[in-house]
Design a protein around this ligand. Structure first.
Ligand code: PEP
Ligand code: MG
Length: 591
């Protein structure tokens, strides 16, 4: 039966494929295709994993002390039964042989199928056995991982192998953490659907950086969609169509082809400089998460990196945070790749919806906090971990010997923080001088993403070389809306008059002070805001590389004096979105 699920569109385009349901706790299981000829070997690996766990459970049972509660013995029997039921490993064989999934993926896929069946059981006792099944699967996954570690030459790839003729796959999960999302950058999935999240949650941001369609905040997609269902993601409307009719499918395939043609057309703008009709040159920079993203940045025609979210280097580390050398290598590689173009490296913005993994948190003693978005986040975190902060600054400064590096600090709200940053920079430079390590000139900038920073910008500007406006957080903190919470997503409004006024005044004040100002939040990459930002006097935009062509197209058609003349009307309006449409759109385009 065909049905639709509605959510928040976060990454544009249409994706059509089969649903792969992944429990949130298992999104980090390796997903890759195996070669058709390797299927039997892969299945044998899965059977070995199962047999190892069978032996483990049998040993546990045999070693139970005499006085152990009877329930324990019975529980081990249940686990053994579940483990060896043909509905688990035997059935997972089909995913390996027919779909060429690797063993871990096949087992997780089969678990999702069985978990549904358990959920639908009338009998409470039987329904509760789902948790046992999950524990058994965890054990098999651990056994497979252990075997993999013993023979590193084994199939350890986490990366997609091309498998011609495969149906495209769309990932469906209750939630995906940004740390896991980053692993999917090189994965087999061509679209994402999650139950939770908002337009500027970091999961959505990473999906956008991959330029593949995504819908978040659907609330119950992962409950309604079944493993292997055919699904259409409409990343423009935020709609998910499950088991579409042939006519609907054909309509979306047509839209997909149209979008490909449009992208190909826009890609031709790559070498065209972003100059408005009235002759103003606009810098279009790229937001990147990892050094490898510079390839996409250059391919899109970016004239620099406006935001390198360095915190992604700190994720998935299981307690082993990146050393100075490792960070230096990452920053240097980004700087060298950009070959003389500026690279703005932001110091870690850990916290809120980008937590460190549990092991790293324990290592650093920062336990669970009540309200992470308002807690020890970003620069507050860095200043609370001074040796880590110095390490990161040393790595960034050392990378500046290889190109043009700018240092950007997130979430600054106090002048005292700037003083501490400057003192730390002084100390770090002294250390580098002592050890004879080279560094170049590094401009210091802060993000304007807390209303306090926007309101006191004239004071802040006296102490920094440039500012970058983080509209994602500026909206979150101005409107008191958790950007990752779909329950309040309808109130997360970039068109809110308070947001627009803060944005306009920040740009104007930075310009008046003769300091560089850019916008690196999601508004910068949304062509719906390009005219408005140009009207405010913005000349530097930073966004995902995939968004550069459509924003550039708007810039090429823009007449800034005409746009600026309309700005006061928009800022004073009760309905700025409507006013902007009327005031900014040329009459010729309205009719
Ligand atoms: C922002 O807040 O707008 C921003 C660019 O930073 P992040 O999205 O990483 O919080
Ligand atoms: Mg931010």
């Amino acid at each position: 039966m065909s049905f639709q699920v509605f959510g928040i569109p976060v990454s544009r385009g249409v994706a059509i494929g089969r649903a792969v349901l992944v429990a949130s706790s298992r999104v980090d299981v390796a997903h890759y295709f195996i070669g058709a000829a390797d299927a039997e070997q892969e299945y044998a690996r899965l059977v070995r994993g199962r047999d190892a766990v069978t032996r483990e459970l049998q040993d546990l049972k045999a070693e139970l002390p005499e006085d152990a509660p009877h329930e324990l013995d019975a529980l081990l029997d249940v686990h053994l039964l579940l483990l060896n039921d043909e509905a688990l490993v035997d059935a997972a064989r089909d995913w390996i042989v027919d779909r060429h999934y690797n063993a871990e993926w096949a087992l997780s896929a089969q678990l999702e199928v069985l978990a549904r069946q358990f959920d639908e059981m009338e009998d409470d006792y039987l329904r509760e056995r789902k948790a046992d099944l999950e524990q058994v699967v965890e054990r098999v996954l651990a056994a497979l991982a252990a075997e993999q570690n013993e023979s590193p030459s084994g199939a350890s790839a986490v990366v997609a192998r091309d498998f011609a003729g495969e149906d495209p796959l769309l990932l469906v999960a209750a939630d995906i953490a940004p740390a896991d999302m980053i692993q999917f950058k090189r994965s087999v999935f061509q679209g994402f659907i999650t139950d939770i999240g908002g337009k500027t949650s970091h999961t959505a941001i990473v999906a956008r950086s991959m330029a593949i369609p995504a819908v978040v905040g659907t609330r119950e997609a992962s409950r309604l969609i079944r493993q292997d269902d055919w699904v259409i993601i409409d990343g423009d409307a935020g709609t998910v169509i499950v088991n579409p009719s042939p006519i609907v499918l054909e309509e979306y395939r047509f839209r997909q082809r149209q979008a490909e043609l449009e992208n190909a057309r826009l890609a031709r703008l790559r070498h065209t400089p972003a100059i408005t009709m009235d002759g103003q040159r606009i810098e279009l920079h790229a937001n990147i998460e990892l050094p490898g993203d510079t390839v996409a940045a250059l391919a899109s025609g970016a004239t620099g990196v406006g935001l390198f979210r360095s915190e992604f280097l700190f994720m998935n580390r299981e307690g082993d945070l990146p050393s100075e050398e490792e960070q230096f290598a990452a920053y240097k590689s980004a700087v060298e790749a950009m070959a003389g173009l500026p690279v703005t490296i932001r110091t870690v913005d850990i916290g809120a919806d980008k937590p460190l993994d549990r092991m790293s948190v324990n290592e650093l003693r920062h336990e669970h906090v009540l309200n992470p978005a308002m807690g020890l986040r970003a620069i507050r975190w860095s200043l609370a971990e001074p040796s880590m902060f110095r390490q990161q600054l040393r790595a960034i400064y050392r990378a500046s010997a290889f190109g043009k590096v700018k240092l950007l600090v997130p979430m600054v709200a106090h002048l005292g923080e700037i003083r501490q940053i400057q003192e730390t920079i002084k100390r770090v430079k002294g250390q580098l001088d002592e050890t004879g390590q080279a560094y170049g000139e590094v401009l210091l900038g802060v993000m304007v993403e807390v209303p306090a920073a926007a309101i006191m910008l004239p004071q802040l500007l006296k102490h920094v070389d440039f500012v970058s406006i983080g509209t994602n957080d500026l909206i979150q903190y101005t409107l008191a809306i958790d950007r990752a919470d779909e329950a309040v997503a309808h109130l997360y409004d970039p068109w809110h008059p308070a947001v627009l006024n803060l944005l306009a005044s920040s740009i104007a004040q930075a310009r008046a002070a003769g300091k560089e100002v850019s916008v690196c939040g999601e508004m910068a990459g949304d062509a719906a805001f390009t005219d408005l930002l140009l009207a405010m006097g913005l000349t530097c935009f930073s966004m995902h590389p995939s968004q550069i062509p459509s924003v550039k197209q708007r810039i090429l058609r823009a007449d800034v004096p005409r746009l600026s003349a309309a700005l006061p009307r928009i800022l004073e309006s009760d309905e700025p979105a409507k006013a902007a449409l009327e005031a900014l759109t040329p009459q010729s385009r309205l009719h």
